[in-house]
Ligand binder design. Structure first.
Ligand code: FAQ
Length: 360
């Protein structure tokens, strides 16, 4: 369907800031807030209608600056989380107890790198610069998920991360496949498929350990005790303390509130814990017949605040590792840029008539 046929888009000959001919970005799509000759009210109305009709906002479409800023913030934090999230489990690659477990873990950690890369690309469609985003991560100016600031003490942590952390990520991210920003929503579809494999491998690993020795069962229980509360924090602060939820729900970036998703996660996870034979470390956890949901206790929100402001058990180590990897990779980026420049020179020369080519 062409943009002109799609009733969710203004015609191609619309004012500056709207899509140009043949899908070329209009001026605003390049990240400019100056909408030139366009009627700002009309653009805003068109944007609101597109969102209200559950149509996607695409990179070439006009969008309010605040929407663009929110999307860059959320996508960048998500990308950083995937990249930093490689570290806690990566810590166990060399010590996996069998070749099979090592192969599975390597594949999972590689998937996380891939997720980070899709997400940085999605942020670039909004005019963000990937080098700048990386810089914000390694200088502590941009957040990543609190969950990755806890240490992985035993191999059971690998299983519990798959079960609980990927389980929470799936709960949170499946609705994001319907997020209003097209590139983010599309990236999320593949990411969720891979997260689903990640969760199953974690559960299968824990099931194997629970069928093993007493010591293995104790390791699983200990890991579940340590990761349960941090997993609940992944959904963000309680709704009453979440500054972004209301506007993000209105823009249909988020489809559910933090507390709704947390409840969904608890309801989904309790029967899985029972099937595993693991006790979740919450004395307030019980089925509420009236609500048809589990009641549960609150995580330590003071701990959450400490972690997201950079003072968790592993924040400094995670960021230092990322910074070291970035600096050690500088020669690769330089070599790739030099190669790309050379290829561009060669193809420009190839396009020139022979008599005009310089030999230099
Ligand atoms: N950790 O107003 P809200 C994964 C920040 S990927 C750190 O509620 P919002 C895969 C929040 O950003 C996990 N910061 O904010 C994997 C905001 O920051 P600001 C990452 C947090 O955006 C598995 C401030 O607090 N997933 O696990 C956290 O509406 C295994 C106020 O909060 C995503 O990023 C937190 N837990 O809702 C990889 C999913 N919670 O404004 C490896 C996409 C909140 O100060 C191994 N993101 N903050 O800059 C989202 O759904 C949302 O951004 C929320 C937060 C739900 C995270």
């Amino acid at each position: 369907m062409s943009a002109a046929q799609d009733s969710s888009r203004p015609p191609d000959n619309g004012p500056a800031g709207q899509p140009g001919p043949a899908g070329q970005p209009g001026p605003a799509a390049a990240g400019q807030s100056d909408i030139g000759a366009a009627n700002p009210d009309e653009l805003e109305r068109f944007f609101e209608e597109t969102v209200a009709r559950d149509r996607r906002i695409e990179p070439r479409d006009w969008m309010p600056d605040a929407y663009r800023k929110t999307m860059v913030r959320q996508i960048a934090q998500h990308a950083h989380s995937e990249i930093i999230g490689m570290q806690p489990e990566g810590n166990w690659v060399t010590r996996a107890p069998s070749l099979r477990r090592k192969a599975i873990l390597l594949a999972k950690v590689q998937d996380e790198a891939g997720h980070g890369l899709y997400l940085y690309s999605a942020a670039e469609t909004l005019g963000a610069d990937r080098a700048d985003l990386t810089d914000r991560l390694i200088t502590g100016k941009q957040k990543y998920s609190s969950i990755f600031n806890y240490p992985t003490l035993t191999f059971a942590d690998v299983g519990v991360i798959g079960w609980l952390v990927d389980g929470a990520a799936i709960c949170n991210q499946v609705p994001l496949c319907r997020s209003s920003y097209g590139p983010y929503a599309r990236a999320m579809i593949r990411i969720c498929k891979e997260e689903s494999f990640h969760q199953r491998q974690g559960y299968e690993l824990l099931m194997t350990m629970m069928r093993g020795t007493d010591a293995q069962r104790e390791m699983v229980q200990d890991a579940a005790d340590r990761w349960w509360w941090p997993s609940l924090m992944m959904f963000g602060p309680p709704d009453a303390d979440s500054p972004n939820t209301e506007q993000s729900m209105r823009w249909r970036i988020k489809r559910h509130t933090n507390d709704d998703l947390r409840q969904r996660f608890v309801d989904m996870t309790v029967p899985q814990a029972e099937a595993l034979g693991v006790t979740l470390p919450d004395p307030d956890l019980r089925w509420n017949q009236e609500r048809q949901h589990y009641d549960f206790g609150q995580p330590d929100w003071a701990e959450f605040k400490r972690i997201i402001s950079g003072n968790g058990p592993c924040n400094a180590q995670r960021v230092a590792n990322r910074r070291a990897a970035h600096e050690a990779g500088a020669w690769v980026r330089d070599a790739a840029a030099a190669h790309a420049a050379k290829q561009a020179r060669v193809s420009r020369r190839g396009a020139m008539p022979a008599g005009l080519r310089s030999e230099a």
